[in-house]
Design a protein around this ligand. Sequence first.
Ligand SMILES: Nc1nc2c(ncn2[C@@H]2O[C@H](COP(=O)(O)OP(=O)(O)OP(=O)(O)O)[C@@H](O)[C@H]2O)c(=O)[nH]1
Ligand SMILES: [Mg+2]
Ligand SMILES: [Zn+2]
Length: 367
Amino acid sequence: MTAHRAAPTLKDLGWTPRLEEAFKPFALRGLLPARVIAEHRMACDLVCDRGEFTAEVSGNFRKAAGSKADFPAVGDWAAIAFNPAARRQTIHGLLARRTRLSRKDPGGEDEQVIAANIDTVFIVIGLDGDYNLKRIGRYLAAACSGGAEAVVILNKADLAGDAALKAKEIDTLGFGARTLALDSINLKGYEALAAHIGPARTIVFSGSSGAGKSTIINNLLGRTAQLTSAVRAADSKGRHTTTGRRMFVLPGSGALLIDTPGMRGLELWAGEKTVDGAFEDIRALAAQCRFGNCSHANEPACAVREAMAAGKLDKTHFDNYLKIRAEAAALKARMEIAERLKNKTGGKRGHKTLKDILGKRDGKRKT
Ligand SMILES: Nc1nc2c(ncn2[C@@H]2O[C@H](COP(=O)(O)OP(=O)(O)OP(=O)(O)O)[C@@H](O)[C@H]2O)c(=O)[nH]1
Ligand SMILES: [Mg+2]
Ligand SMILES: [Zn+2]
């Protein structure tokens, strides 16, 4: 692909002096920075200061990759060897990801990165048959464990009057995420998005097919950038209209919006692995603690506490790490209880919410 229209600059795409610093080793090899804006089967589209191009990874990159998660994802900063004559540019490396949203690879046990270096995950839920508290919990766990801010968007508020009630229910999941209601047909509630949409802020839209992700993106862009199609009336299921992940620059605010295809059989990645992935610095320190299972609370010879005392590790960053670990563990426990109850009753109580289940369990504990 050639640069057929005015491409955004690197700065528009979120390039910062800090990234520039991290990129130095690549720059010394004569490589150029580029942001991945779309993913295809064997290639991706990216933007560098020469324009927009298609690119693929080098043979050495492929050989060095340990898993699928090591390959370029939308939002990644890639190091490319620019060749104006080539049909495809070549990616030789990626900058370490600041945050990510991952899922379990549908084809195996591997982590699949949906989007990288994102500030916010919009979890878009349709207030029709799409609403499911347990699934929202899984999205929240995945979003938080990838290190990004999570916002739940209850879309299709024109179809249901209980958005406020649902927001309260979502609060019981304990992630402290903001919940907003949108009516994307009559464009209501959009002013609340402004708090999350700013210059070079990267936002990934996640949620099941038919929830309205592409509709919201089109509304924000003010043009039909993405196709949309009606859900099945019987069960509100979407038709998997969006088939690839792609980033759009929002004119005006300059935010970067990533549309994604609705997920089937959602299995987001919220394991300890990603908690550690988003907190690589803490993981590296923890490896130097005297005890392998150090909780970094009051054990002797704790490298994490020592780093904090020496001002080498930010306390807020560490507190976030603890919070997210605790949330992931609590969620896992709650999911297990929900699963057990479902099995006991033959899986027929699908309309009961997690809150009902939790309420009962809490009640039992007190007596
Ligand atoms: N009533 C109502 N319908 C909406 C709203 N937002 C979107 N829709 C409709 O829902 C259908 C699905 O919307 P899409 O934007 O295609 O959904 P999507 O999340 O992008 O779906 P996939 O691309 O399949 O993952 C379309 O017919 C939209 O017009 C809303 O706020 N209210
Ligand atoms: Mg779509
Ligand atoms: Zn420790």
